[in-house]
Design a protein. Sequence first.
Length: 136
Amino acid sequence: MSGRPPGAKSVDQLLEEARSRITRVTPEDAVSRMADGAVLVDIRPQSQREADGEVPGALVVERNHLEWRFDPESDARLPQATGYDVDVVVLCQEGYTSSLAADALRSLGLTRAGDVVGGHRAWVAAGLPTTGGPAT
């Protein structure tokens, strides 16, 4: 089959739609939200966290488990999934996957879910604290 099937969207369209429904924040804004009680969730795979470092205080929930861990009605939910009003800020490597993931949480009813613009790379570039990763 050549060409896009009817109704199919490009990944750029999916990303644009997701971002229109969530709040995106700078790394500095994420720190501020964490100070106010938000949960920063690092969805990067272990290999990226090992290679590039981790954010102190971030809750690690790899992408393939995210919805089950944050759905307030899921038997697999985390203690941080206290309800639909929990403030969740999702972090990935560059700020793409996190947008899609935050929108999935929004679809579950977590209306305050958002993500970090630029992801972990922007976090590091902003000079915010990390542990592990390459020596600087």
